[in-house]
Ligand binder design. Structure first.
Ligand code: ADP
Length: 376
């Protein structure tokens, strides 16, 4: 928008008419004071400013607005009787652009100048926009790079821990073999196996992440008994964690369509987290039930819980609750993979949690998905 500032109404009227006829939006002010008030409120692309006005003259207006942030990009065309004064103009004003036209105004020249300023304005706006986008992109990449570095360091640490244990157990094993102590050999072999299983799970998770990224996470769907896999998982996990009571309620009692191994992976992840993030509790409640055409599955723990602001983000890749990340080992990818698996079963995943009270992780998936493409 253009602001015309002139104390002579007839000048304003004729300038306004010509500019509006040429498609420009125009605002007017009949004194320096009025102009300042308007410039404070609105941003103008260009101000056409009469130099000779009673009270505050054009130069004073220009000087006054040079400090306004709203007028930073604004250009000024002075209408002056004498071109000699123009040297003074630049004194206080060094922003958008400056020009002058001698009176009486040649409308063709004025229009040419106005159009030029508008073009420059559009170009600089486009440049600013581009610069802003580039800066955002740079920030985004820096952040991604930082997250990647952090992830590599956590992942290396996570992989190193079981490897160090394996190395230690193997040394101990050698000694037990030398002593012909078969019982101890068996115990140590079992420990090595456990650590290898841990490594295996970590590597499998890392591979899943890269498969999700490249869209290559494959599903092998068929009908299976949800109750059977849940029974089996609880049995195995109960044996591995005798100090925790895994309390189960509800049954599905029907076969559901999905990738059995992947659904198993989600259930195991929920229960493993429920045990891991509740070190002072000895109960985990597991619920499964049919709700209409959906199955509902949840794992409730009585552990550390988490604040609202983390509840949406914990399903993001690499997200870990910072306050507790030192205390508990992890990579922050399990729930991200779970979310992907449930999404690919046309389901929903979520959490209800209170800090210090515990968490309830749940998912819903349709028993018979409406339209399903196998292996997708
Ligand atoms: P990891 O446990 O390896 O860090 P996950 O993706 O399984 O990765 O979990 C992401 C984050 O969510 C965890 O780091 C933890 O901060 C939080 N979280 C997950 N499960 C629970 C839970 N049952 N109770 C409290 N916090 C949890």
């Amino acid at each position: 928008m253009i602001l015309i500032v002139d104390d002579a109404p007839e000048n304003i009227i004729s300038l306004k008419k010509v500019l509006e006829k040429n498609g420009f939006e125009v605002d007017t002010a009949s004194s320096g004071d009025e102009a300042l008030k308007k410039i404070l409120k609105k941003s103008y692309v260009l101000i056409i400013l009469d130099v000779q006005m009673p009270g505050m003259d054009g130069f004073e207006v220009a000087e006054a607005i040079s400090g306004y942030s709203k007028a930073k990009e604004t250009a000024i065309i002075f209408l002056s009787a004498a071109s000699a004064n123009v040297n003074l103009i630049t004194r206080g004003y060094s922003s958008g652009g400056l020009d002058y036209i001698s009176k009486p105004v040649d409308m063709n020249v004025l229009l040419l100048k106005v159009k030029t300023f508008y073009r420059i304005y559009e170009q600089s706006r486009a440049l600013n926009e581009m610069q802003k986008k580039l800066l955002e992109e740079i920030e985004f990449r820096k952040e991604a790079e930082r997250k990647k570095d952090e992830f590599i360091s956590i992942a290396s640490h996570e992989l190193k821990t079981p490897m160090t244990s394996i190395k230690g157990y193997i040394q101990l094993l050698e000694r037990s073999i030398d002593k012909n102590d078969v019982e101890t050999v068996k115990i140590r072999l079992h420990k090595v196996q456990n650590q290898i299983e841990k490594l295996n799970l970590l590597v499998a998770d890392l591979l899943d992440i890269s498969k999700i990224e490249s869209g290559k996470l494959k599903f092998n769907k068929r009908y299976f008994s949800f109750d059977d896999i849940l029974d089996h998982i609880i049995e195995v996990m109960q044996q591995a964690n005798p100090a925790i009571r895994l309390i189960r309620t509800g049954h599905i009692s029907t076969e559901i369509f999905g990738d059995e191994m992947r659904i198993e992976q989600v259930i195991i992840n929920f229960i493993t987290n429920a045990i891991k993030y509740a070190p002072d509790s000895d109960e985990v409640h597991i619920t499964s039930e049919l709700r209409g055409s959906q199955i509902y599955f949840s794992v409730r723990d009585f552990g550390i819980g988490m604040a609202k602001e983390h509840q949406l983000q914990i399903f993001d890749k690499f997200y870990r609750v910072e306050e507790t990340s030192e205390r508990f080992q992890g990579l922050g990818i399990g729930l991200y993979i779970c979310q992907e698996i449930i999404k690919r079963h046309q389901g929903t995943i979520g959490v209800n949690s209170e800090p210090g009270e515990g968490s309830e992780f749940y998912f819903n998936i349709p028993v018979h998905p409406e339209k399903d493409i196998n292996n997708n």
